[in-house]
Design a binder for this molecule. Structure first.
Ligand SMILES: N[C@@H](CCC[C@H](N)C(=O)O)C(=O)O
Length: 288
């Protein structure tokens, strides 16, 4: 297996959470942390919050992905800093759009496609122009203190696992949310063993069983992003918990647009929103 220095790529996003996507149908071109950092660099590379390789499970070279049903398309997801993540909620939806637009998979309206991720198999369905992902069950954990530039004092944060780790902090007002400086990662006390994505939310109204929240996020391995799908799920489920389970549907407004989160009667959380491929290109070999 050799690393590919040149070749075709696509660029896609879900509510501004952007990814470089490459296809590796033979499992012949693994990514490395250094290659991911080059591709994700917004000035010296293509630019993105993450890099995703589409590769059949069984041929990925990653023990977790290769344990999933052979032949299923696997999302080999990397953060922009070259670290791996278990899961990406916007990424898995953009990944499916990439497979469809590249002719690597088919998904008729109402149909479903299973994707292998490091957090297990995730089902993506096509509803109208949107792609919805079943992210499975979530888990509420303990609490920890979160300090961030722009906040007067540390605030309590709720741990939520959506396959990857999150800490959700409720703020009192839009002004507080706007005043956050997320150029630096929020500090967690106690620290999270594997790091965490941190979501700051301002809960809005709940009407007719639908709640609304506004959110900003600092992603592990990236920095502040315009959106985070698993973050929107974590934020909605933490806010639901604080509300005494008052609603199962949540509208989550992020700087890059709007996502919908819904808890079904099996305890699975669905994430719905736009997922688009915006351009295709070719990386060139570095000049020796
Ligand atoms: N943007 C993603 C989450 C990407 C992974 C995250 N940074 C992590 O390290 O867990 C999403 O849409 O869920």
């Amino acid at each position: 297996m050799t690393q590919r220095a040149s070749g075709p790529f696509s660029k896609g996003h879900g509510t501004g959470n952007d990814f470089v996507l490459v296809a590796d149908p033979e499992g012949a071109h693994p990514l490395s942390a250094a290659r991911v950092r080059e591709l994700a660099d917004r000035r010296f590379g293509v630019g993105g919050d993450g890099v995703i390789r589409a590769v059949p499970a069984g041929s990925t070279g990653d023990a977790v992905l290769d344990a999933l049903p052979a032949g299923t398309w696997a999302m080999d997801y990397w953060n922009a800093d070259g670290s791996l993540s278990e899961m990406c909620g916007n990424g898995v939806r953009v990944f499916v759009r990439f497979l469809l637009e590249s002719g690597l998979a088919e998904l008729p309206e109402g149909g479903a496609l299973d994707v292998a991720t490091r957090a297990g198999l995730k089902r993506v369905v096509r509803r109208g122009g949107l792609l919805s992902a079943d992210l499975g069950p979530f888990e509420l954990g303990g609490t920890r203190l979160v300090a961030s530039a722009g906040l007067d004092v540390p605030r309590p944060g709720q741990d939520v696992s959506t396959g990857n780790p999150h800490v959700v902090v409720a703020l009192a007002s839009e002004e507080e949310l706007a005043g956050l400086d997320l150029h630096r990662a929020p500090a967690l006390e106690p620290a999270a063993d594997d790091g965490a994505n941190v979501e700051f939310v301002v809960p809005g109204t709940i009407a007719d069983g639908v709640g609304s929240i506004r959110m900003r996020v600092h992603e592990r391995g990236v920095g502040e992003t315009l959106s985070c799908g698993t973050g929107a799920v974590a934020a909605a489920m933490a806010t639901r918990h604080w509300s005494g389970d008052a609603a199962d549907r949540w509208i989550v407004d992020v700087p890059g647009g709007r996502l919908e989160v819904e808890l079904d009667d099996r305890g699975h959380v669905w994430l719905t929103g736009p997922a688009e491929i915006v351009f295709r290109g070719e990386t060139l070999s570095p000049v020796p």
